[in-house]
Design a protein around this ligand. Structure first.
Ligand code: CTP
Length: 403
């Protein structure tokens, strides 16, 4: 295996001292590090200590002409396999989230073509501030990875989330990322994933929709691509960016989703994660429906095509593995299993979307995988981890089926 390398950006926080330990931890695991120390970071640790541990130059400023001659910021940002920002301060998180570059660190973050892993570290009130959370959301949507922050006593004397993840934890996340990237177990396989809601137009200004954010489906598409699969993601309207290495087809309605999904076949695996509207308005007018005397008492609806059922019942060209999702609020497992049988898919991923679970649109999910063979419940975890685990199960299943 070729040696992996990390560009470590150390920003100005008290946790900067832990980054020295992180360099040692990465080096123990055979991962090379190059480092950028921000001006504020240099108030906490010195370029000399960073350089001694990385065994190379510690880059400190965009306007250092010698550095620009030796290695420009563009090259520096792309030479590594992964960019790690630890500690990631509120200030440094805000820059790539808003497309701002003012020094070497923020310029490298905009110029890089590599994934970025942030290890945030800040006071608990800063971490929970809506402005910081907004930036974190933007970065996540742009495909950034996060480790931590942990909850605990902080240097400022307060308690709560905001403490930088321990160096071992960050190194684990780096290693897990490299392992997933180099796995390649799905190389040569085509997977079609549907995700997001559908919008069913009523008139030029109104539509019927649902609360699906698309996060779980996008995370699954990204995880499958990391395992080497060719992934076609047929997505309803979301505000998410296409995950790296995934072919995205954007649609609005259930009928478009049906056409484009069927058109994307053949595939070895189909995963229907989308929250497809079951019904659409029977009539779509080109004129805005006016508020008339007597009011609008009902909207006639007609049923949409069922994509999952259509794929599952294909006589010719049925994917080897067809997976559905069952977002339920009552009798979850019972309803989900009945749905699996009714729709003819191989696995169904059941989750509880009752009000208060935070699943719909949230960052976490607790799922149970149901198949002919039985059921398996997973603990509550981030959607990205559900996706990685599911992608691993899919890869294993294809191997089993080939034997
Ligand atoms: N699905 C689909 N096409 C539809 C409706 C649903 O492909 N027109 C897929 C979803 O992507 C999901 C699974 O079917 O994988 C279950 O979706 P869900 O909305 O829970 O099922 P419904 O059949 O609509 O059942 P109900 O709304 O009655 O729970």
């Amino acid at each position: 295996m070729t040696t992996k390398s990390v560009l470590l950006i150390i920003a100005g926080g008290i946790a900067a001292y832990k980054s020295l330990e992180l360099i040692r931890e990465l080096s123990k695991r055979g991962i090379r590090t190059q480092a950028i120390l921000t001006r504020a970071g240099a108030e906490f640790i010195t370029p000399l200590s960073v350089g001694s541990l990385t065994g190379g130059k510690c880059y400190t400023d965009l306007f250092d002409l010698t550095d620009e001659a030796e290695m420009g910021h563009i090259e520096l940002s792309r030479a590594a396999d992964l960019v790690v920002v630890a500690p990631a301060t509120a200030d440094l998180l805000s820059k790539p989230a808003n497309g701002v570059a003012g020094d070497l660190a923020s310029t490298a973050l905009l110029a890089t073509d590599k994934p970025v892993l942030y290890a945030p570290a800040m006071n608990v009130r800063m971490w929970t501030h809506p402005g910081v959370q907004r930036n974190v959301d933007i970065l996540r949507k742009d495909g950034a990875l996060f480790v931590g922050p942990d909850e605990g006593d902080m240097a400022c004397g307060e308690y709560g989330p905001g403490r930088m993840a321990e160096p071992v934890e960050i190194a684990n996340a780096v290693e897990a990322h490299f392992a997933a990237m180099s796995d390649g177990r799905l190389t040569g396989r085509h997977v079609v994933v549907t995700a997001g809601p559908t919008h069913e137009p009523l008139d030029p200004v109104r539509y019927i929709a649902n609360r699906s954010s698309g996060k779980q489906g996008y995370a699954i598409a990204a995880a499958l691509a990391r395992l080497g699969a060719r992934v076609t993601l047929v997505s309803g309207p979301t505000d998410l960016s296409a995950p790296p290495g995934v072919d995205i087809i954007r649609v609005q309605t259930a009928r478009e989703m049906m056409d484009r999904t069927m058109g994307a076949l053949p595939a070895e695996v189909a995963i229907c994660c989308a929250a497809v509207a079951d019904y659409r308005p029977e009539i779509e007018t080109n004129h805005k429906i006016k508020k008339e005397r007597g009011g609008l008492s009902s909207i006639p609806l007609t049923e949409n095509p069922d994509i999952l059922r259509s794929i599952s019942s294909l006589d010719v060209g049925r994917p080897e593995l067809v997976i559905g999702f069952a977002a339920e609020t009552d009798d979850i497992l019972c309803n989900a299993d009945a749905k699996r049988k009714r729709k003819g898919c191989d696995w169904i991923v059941a989750n509880d979307v009752s009000t208060g679970t935070g699943t719909m649109g949230g960052e976490n999910n607790s799922v149970t995988i149901l198949s002919e063979a039985g059921e398996e419940s997973w603990e509550n975890m981030p959607k990205a981890r559900v996706a990685d685990r599911l992608a691993g199960y899919i890869a294993d299943e294809l191997v089993k089926r080939a034997c």
